[in-house]
Every structure is written in C-alpha cells, then in structure tokens.
Design a protein around this ligand. Structure first.
Ligand code: PXP
Length: 255
C-alpha cells in the first residue's frame, strides 16, 4: 500500500463572526478564534466572504491574511467582485462555491459542467496569481471529470447529505451517500485531483472519512464552533484532531 498522506484540519471561523454580528460590536473576533485554533493544532483557517456579508466581512479576510501563520482558505462565489477581493487578499487557496442569497448555508455543489466557460478563466487567473483553486462539488462523477477538465488542481467534496443522513440515523441513505463519496474520492484521485471534504462534519463523520486515503483535508466549522461553546475552542480542535487521527490510524492498520 502506498504511504498514507497526512490529513489536514482546516477550521472554518465563519460562525464566530455570525455571533459577533448579532451585536453591533467587534467581539467575538474571528481572528482571535483563528489564532487559537492554530495554536491548538489546526493546519489552516477557512472563511467564506459571502455576497451578503452575513458573517465574515471584508476586513476580517484582510486581518486573517495578515495575522495567521498557517494557510488561509478563502471560500467565495464566482463573481467579479469576489475574484477581485480574493486576488487582492492573495490567500493560500480559494474554494469556489455556489451561493444563493436565500440559503441558510451552502446547500449544494458547484455546477462545473454547466459553468465550464465561466470557470476556466477564473481558475486560470488564480493559478497565475499562485493561489491554489479548489471547487466545491458533490461526489458526482460528471462534476468530478468536469473539474479536472476545467483545470482545477483540487476538489472539495460536499459531504453534507451524508452527514445529515448519519445524524438522522437513516442508515440506508447514509450508506448510499457514503458509497458515492468513496467512489467520488477514488475517481478524483485517479483523475489527478487533490481531494478535500467538508460540510456538516462532526467527530463521528470526521473519524469515518479520515479512513479514506484519497482525502487529505477536511474543512469544518459549524459543529466545532458549537462544541467550543461548551468545552472551549482549543479543546474542540484537539478532540477533532484526535478523531481524525483515529480514523487515519485505522486505515494504516488495514492490510
Ligand atoms: N467547506 C465548504 C466549501 C463550505 O461552504 C462550508 C460551509 O461554509 C464548510 C466546508 C464547513 O461546513 P460546516 O460549517 O458545516 O462544518
């Protein structure tokens, strides 16, 4: 078996900003959360500057870029405004996501097949600027192949439907979604793509998905910020790291 690559933990700090924005003051600060998460073992920080600025704001992104010592992953919709801000911010990576104003969170994956012509020049601009581009897509073979054709080096698989089914105890649906993720990760790796996963992950699902050797990064936010309310953010990062390490270790023992 080839050596198993380490699994990185990207901590999404959007919901620290959600809490801050509930009041017209500057606390709690997502930058403070990012620094603490890194100190506790996060490998990177993710933040989504949404078109409606419902959580992260422009100056949060700039402050995150300036303050953190680990990679910043800038989640964004494919709009001229966001492309300009991201190119100015120069994060380590961008993750291109679909965005609809009315949605509670990013509900589905990007339609790379349908948006090929719009995505190709955007991916090329980021590549020229030295910014790693990831496309947030569902584990659909047609979308995965389209991502490779569009020239993206990385995909992030939207695992929200699987996490929802696991949390609801819907075993048959969870099993079907899991099989889609496994097949999608295998196909993406064989197409030369780096594979990440995110959306809706908790300790249980992060541990399980860590057993897929194709996946090298998880981006996790909402669950961790919720846990942090009870046990603190540093402890939550350590507990998530331990869950991911358990999943990876189980894989390493598999013949
Ligand atoms: N990855 C992407 C691309 C996302 O859009 C989100 C949600 O902002 C996440 C990961 C994190 O999802 P969650 O907050 O459910 O952990």
């Amino acid at each position: 078996m080839p050596p198993v690559l380490p699994l990185r933990l990207g901590v999404n700090v959007d919901h620290v900003a959600t809490l801050r924005n509930a009041r017209a003051i500057d606390k709690p600060d997502p930058v403070r959360a990012a620094l603490l998460a890194i100190e506790a073992g996060a490998d990177g920080i993710t933040a989504h500057l949404r078109e409606d600025r419902r959580h992260i704001r422009d100056d949060d992104m700039a402050r995150l870029k300036a303050a953190i010592s680990k990679p910043l992953n800038f989640e964004m919709a494919v709009t001229d405004e966001m492309v300009a801000i991201a190119l100015k911010t120069k994060p380590h990576a961008v993750c291109l996501v679909p965005e609809r104003r009315q949605e509670i969170t990013t509900e589905g994956g990007l339609d790379v097949l349908g948006q090929h012509n719009a995505l190709v020049p955007v991916i090329a601009r980021f590549k020229d600027a030295g910014v790693r581009v990831s496309l947030f897509i569902s584990a659909d073979p047609a979308q995965i192949e389209a991502a490779a054709r569009a020239g993206a080096p990385v995909i992030e698989i939207h695992v929200g439907a699987w996490c929802e089914a696991v949390a609801a105890g819907e075993e048959a649906r969870a099993e079907a979604e899991w099989r889609r993720i496994v097949a999608g990760a295998t196909l993406a790796k064989s197409a030369g793509l780096e594979v990440h996963a995110g959306h809706g992950l908790d300790y249980e699902t992060a541990e399980k998905i860590a057993s897929l050797p194709e996946i090298v990064e998880l981006n996790i936010g909402h669950f961790m910020m919720g846990e942090a309310v009870f046990v603190g953010l540093a402890q939550t990062v350590r507990d998530m790291r331990a869950a991911m390490d358990r999943g990876r270790a189980a894989l390493e023992r598999t013949p």
